[in-house]
Design a binder for this molecule. Structure first.
Ligand code: SAM
Length: 299
């Protein structure tokens, strides 16, 4: 390739250094972008955005900031909830022609409370490749800073805006044995926390704000405590994720455990009684077995 041609080939720039990129395979490339700190973009995301034939993105002005930072000149096509139905056929036509289309949202991972779900469904149904490029997402950033259990979690997206719908949705989630992650708007935060405390119980929780940005803050406490704090202050500014710990373990008084085990032992073996009591109380099966053995010996 001659020098002039070489300079026109797709590339991105990091601090003035030109990084040429390889051609991209045809298909839909789902590209995660930063949730605030532009340094959080991956090298593979930059290479994909630079090599794509076009980038479908929510707000071209927002994506342009990222592209300008890295010297990428790929054409942009707006794709958001209000124009998706009319834009999707254009994107499907480009994919049918063998083009490489990148999908990005304003921040974080597309399809996560962001556009792209139908496009992915149609792309896969048409037999084109759907290539994920993992990266930032506010839900994982909040989860790993909250200090709450991470082994099992449920991402619940945005709650309904009105109290009746919000409480109904929270009631559906109340028994889920997992940490819950919600996206929430600053203006509804105090009300949402109060409803969470009322419906989910006063669980440990964290409010993560402006993650990866200059004013990043994480407030940890219980739902009722956080609700009271935020109700007593002006609505916070910026973007917010609420993380709520799993349902509180039921505490059962020792004398109630004994009474339960004794009634079960009247008709069951020690093992069966321990199993049944564990299912009823959520307490450790092994501890209940030891206690049942002791009670049986005493009878
Ligand atoms: N697709 C994005 C993702 O992967 O995180 C989420 C898009 S959703 C429309 C926007 C919501 O994500 C915000 O209202 C907020 O709840 C959360 N969010 C996005 N960026 C955030 C940040 N830097 N700090 C805290 N929450 C953020």
């Amino acid at each position: 390739m001659k020098k002039a041609e070489d300079e026109r080939a797709p590339a991105f720039f990091i601090e003035g250094t030109r990084i040429a990129v390889r051609p991209l395979a045809p298909g839909l490339h789902v590209v995660a972008t930063p949730i605030g700190n532009l340094g959080d973009v991956t090298l593979r995301a930059l290479a994909t955005l630079a090599a794509a034939d076009l980038i479908a993105c929510e707000d071209t002005r927002v994506t342009r900031v990222l592209l300008d930072r890295y010297g990428i000149a790929t054409p942009l096509l707006p794709y958001h909830e209000h124009n998706a139905a009319e834009q999707r056929p254009k994107l499907m036509a480009a994919l049918a022609e063998g083009k490489a289309v990148a999908l990005a949202s304003d921040a974080g991972t597309p399809l996560i409370s962001d556009p792209g779900y139908r496009l992915v469904v149609e792309t896969a149904a048409a037999g084109h490749a759907v290539v994920p490029l993992p990266g930032a997402s506010a839900l994982l950033a909040a989860l790993v800073t909250a200090g709450l259990p991470t082994d099992t979690f449920l991402f619940a997206g945005f709650l309904p805006q009105k109290e009746v719908g919000r409480r109904k949705r929270l009631a559906e989630l109340a028994a889920v044995p997992a940490t819950l992650v919600f996206y929430e708007s600053p203006n509804r935060l105090a009300d949402a926390l109060a409803d969470m405390a009322a419906v989910l119980g006063d669980r440990p929780a964290a409010v993560a704000r402006e993650l990866t940005k200059a004013f990043e803050t994480v407030r940890r406490g219980t739902l009722a405590g956080l609700a009271a704090q935020f109700a007593s202050e002006p609505a916070p500014k910026g973007e917010i994720v609420v993380v709520v710990g799993p349902p509180l373990e039921k505490t059962v008084a020792p004398e109630d455990v004994d009474a339960l085990l004794l009634s079960l032992l009247a008709a069951r073996s020690v093992r069966e009684s321990a199993d049944e009591a564990a299912a009823l109380t959520g307490l450790s099966r092994r501890d209940l077995y030891q206690r049942a053995l002791a009670l049986k010996d005493r009878r």
